[in-house]
Design a protein around this ligand. Structure first.
Ligand code: MF3
Ligand code: CO
Length: 248
């Protein structure tokens, strides 16, 4: 069942989304060669708690950390570790969730560490554009497939592929609510979008094939072919005035 949010609830979700956005800004300032992914996790957790929120991922289905940090061929759900240092030339996806006043916020960005090669630059640009195109279709009266197909088209026209095994999602009192928001689909098909729906739109785009697998840690999702992957995500409300990005 899709829970529609009232204007008052959307205001409360904006607080959760704003904390996530500022956490990602802070990560963007701190991320550099030599820092460990565990240190990034500590920075994020400290900041989220300083704002009176809780890190929404910590303990979620047993997830052991506050954020996900996924490097190069890692797609999503990389677990921060003291053993893992960021290096020059990498692309690093950071996914952050916060919970405050009964509601969740969820957003992700992929950072370039220093100089990155042209394929990686294009991958980041295309994935960000795919998210923007998807958001632009989050309109009352549209269909979910309008969002999905805009994302897929953007990625595939650039010669990349979208991950199919993982999807975006409704979000609110729970981190994952209905509906599922795939990054592939057919325009004009699927769930009718309505004012009051809030969804996390999150294209995961691979430079190579779409296939992924999960590592033995049972969390880290990597591309099957070892190609690099990027991830950008926003929490977005559908309103009478168009899409409203909560995680800004
Ligand atoms: N943002 C991720 C998602 O939408 C959540 C990370 S999963 C967790 O699936 F278990 F780490 F929380
Ligand atoms: Co999400």
């Amino acid at each position: 069942m899709i829970e529609l949010k009232t204007n008052e609830e959307i205001e409360r979700m904006r607080v959760a989304g704003n904390i996530v956005a500022r956490t990602l800004d802070l990560i963007g300032e701190e991320i550099r060669p030599g820092i460990t992914t565990e240190e990034l996790d500590e920075i994020a957790e400290r900041y989220i708690r300083s704002q009176g929120a809780e890190p929404a991922f910590l303990g979620y289905h047993g997830y052991p950390k506050s954020i996900c940090v996924s490097i190069d061929d890692e797609v999503v759900h990389g677990i921060p570790s003291k053993e893992r240092k960021i290096r020059k030339g990498q692309i690093v996806s950071v996914d952050v969730g916060s919970f405050i006043d009964g509601f969740n916020g969820d957003s992700a960005r992929t950072y370039a560490i220093g100089e990155i090669d042209s394929e990686a630059r294009k991958l980041l640009e295309v994935t960000k554009t795919a998210l923007e195109k998807g958001i632009s279709k989050a309109l009352n009266g549209n269909r979910l497939g309008d969002i999905s197909s805009a994302i897929q088209k953007t990625a595939e026209e650039a010669g990349f592929s979208v991950v199919k095994d993982l999807v975006g999602h409704g979000i609110g009192r729970k981190m994952h609510e209905d509906p599922q928001v795939p990054n592939y689909g057919v325009a004009g098909h699927g769930v009718l979008l309505k004012t009051g729906m809030v969804i996390a739109i999150e294209p995961m785009v691979n430079a190579g094939g779409f296939e992924v697998r999960t590592k033995p840690d049972n969390w880290t999702v990597v591309t099957a072919d070892g190609s690099r992957s990027a991830h950008f995500e926003h929490t977005v409300a559908i309103t009478d005035n168009g899409p409203r990005i909560m995680s800004l």
